[in-house]
Structure formats: C-alpha cells, structure tokens
Write a protein that binds this ligand. Sequence first.
Ligand SMILES: Cc1cc2nc3c(=O)[nH]c(=O)nc-3n(C[C@H](O)[C@H](O)[C@H](O)COP(=O)(O)O)c2cc1C
Length: 362
Amino acid sequence: MIIDRLYRMAFPAFVRMDAERVHRLALGFLEVLATVAPAKPPRRQVALEQPLWGTLFPNPIGLAAGFDKDGEALGAWPRLGFGFAEVGTVTPEPQAGNPRPRLFRHLAEESLQNAMGFNNEGHQALRHRLGSARRFAIPVGVNLGKNKTTPAERAQDDYLLQIDALSGLADYFVVNLSSPNTPGLRDLQNREFVEGLLGQAVGLTERPILVKLAPDLTDAAALDLALHAVEAGARGIVISNTTTNYALLPGSGPPGGLSGRVLTRRSREMLRSLAPHLLGRALLVSVGGIHDGDEAYRRILLGASLVQAYTGFVYAGPGFARGLQHRLLERLEQDGFGNVREAVGAGLEGRIRAGADEGRVP
Ligand SMILES: Cc1cc2nc3c(=O)[nH]c(=O)nc-3n(C[C@H](O)[C@H](O)[C@H](O)COP(=O)(O)O)c2cc1C
C-alpha cells in the first residue's frame, strides 16, 4: 500500500520529532483518511472471524487502548485491517494529563515509555463521537479510568457513571486499574474494590465488562484478582498494561510505563500462567509486545481469543494489522486449524507447542 511506503520514508524524520507530536499528526491524518476514503467493508477472512460475547469480531487483531483515546479516527481502524478497536482511557471529566514531554521512544528496543496520565476529552465527548458514528465495521470497546482528582473513596462512581452513560454505545468495556500514570490507580487492583465495582457495574449494562491488569503484579496476585473479578461478573481479562519494571530496559527509569518488545516476554508469560485457570470462565485479551503475526499466534495458542497492539503498530506502520492477519492465516493453515477459534488455548493442552518453536507436537 502506498501509505506503507510513505510511512517508511517518513519514519526517520518522525523519530527526530517529539513522539507525541507525531502521534497527533498520525491521528489527524487517519481521521482525514477515514472521512475522505470511501467506506468499504473490510475483506472477509472467515477463518479469522469469531462471535464473542454475542458480537462478531472480523479478526482477532485489535488496536490497544491509548492510541485513539477520544475515538477521533474510528473509521480508520477497519480500513487498516484491525478487527476491533479499544478507545479510551476515558474519564468522566476532560483532563490534560501529565506535563509534556511524556512519551518517549526506545528505538533500539522497539519500545515506548509513556507517562500520559489519561489525557482525554472526557466521556461526554466520546459519547457524542460514538453516537454519531455507529457505522463501523468493527466492534469498539471503551476503556474506562478515573479522574486524577477523584479520591479513591469515590473512584467507583467514576467507572459506574461512565458505564451507565456509554452502555448502548460500546461493544465491551474495560475497567482500567493498571495504568502507572494516575497516582493511586494501581492500588485499586484489590479484591474488595474489584468485587464492589463489578457487583454494581454488571447491573448497569448488558455489555461485557473486562478488567485490565498490570504486568507488575505477581502471577499469584494477578490470578487471585482475575478469579475474583470473574466471580463478580467480569467476562474477560486483559493481560497486560505497561510495566514499571525498568530493569527490563537498562538505563530506563521513572516516570511512566514501558511497552513494546521489552514487554513481550512478561506479557506472554503472564498469559501462560493465568490462562489455564481462566479459560472457559472468561475470555482473554493479550496485549504487550506483540510485533508480528507469530507472536500474535503464540498468544492465541496460549489462550487469548483476542490480541491487541499499540507499540508494534507504531514501529511497523499502517500495514501492521494486515501483516498480522496474513501471518495468522498462514500459521492456522500450517497447523491444520480451520479457524482461529480452534487454535485458542491449543498450546495449553499439549497439542501444540507455544514457545519459540511452536507447532504441532509430532
Ligand atoms: C502512549 C501510550 C498510551 C497508552 N494509554 C493507555 C490508556 O489510556 N489506557 C490503557 O489501558 N492502556 C494504555 N496504554 C497501554 C496499551 O494499551 C498496552 O496495554 C501497552 O502499551 C502494551 O502493549 P504494546 O506493547 O503493544 O504497546 C498506552 C500505551 C502507550 C504506549
């Protein structure tokens, strides 16, 4: 595609500019593209389709939260080959986020570091955009956070208010308790808060509610939390958000969370550890350092029904999701799967190896 070539040509210039400025430019470009290019339905790949929570996902590759926080370029994502998009994190009131600069590249490691702090236009603006644009070919999830100024005792209200207001407009919700950039947010990753919130939230919407976890929890703590969330009504777990384990990238340090290739192993191993206990009880969404179709396939073998990417997309450019689609189709065929559903979790049952040497066990 021509925009792939343009992206590759412009990349060296982009990396000399402030990362957030490039992100704004890209989003603006995609918004225009989505408006002027004729809307045509994405080419069907039946082997990649899955009905999940009563909604048809045309393929399992999603845009991760944080890229299109305010739903500005919703029409662009299916055109680029994404099978779903997650907007947000959105908060009840608009907020500016942390001071700039707050987005940094670690080029050699194909990683990013962000300390954005939920900069967004607020849930009313998103509501308006989603309401005026329900013509997307793909499901849209809404990732929810709390305002920085909301004290912990009232955090629950921030989530409930938004679920109530956006219920008819989202295909699924994600309760984000795992961003490292809102002080105190990760402290809400506890049983009591999650149970209290989910208990009320499920009564407000028919749509599935998922919980997104930090990769910095121990596997045991993450599993305990996930199981309680599912018990309280969560229908999916998103593994994982960015990491503050700076040891993964020597020379890095606060503020903010790391994403991209430095996160690949931790995000994958967290999935491998949690999935056997959660499969059949909740759907799993794997995100963190997915940069190619082989890694996406690995996550599916390890139990993820859906995968998402942010940083891989930034480094690869507009052809990213189509490239992953292509590779997933190849891998499914090689391993004799008729469709992606058959492959979900196959690596956990010993039929398939899901490591660097994955493939059918002879
Ligand atoms: C600049 C930036 C902003 C992000 N904003 C959010 C956000 O608002 N909410 C959220 O749940 N995750 C956010 N994330 C995390 C991503 O959704 C994803 O979980 C993480 O980056 C790991 O995936 P990746 O390695 O493919 O980037 C953000 C990530 C980046 C790089």
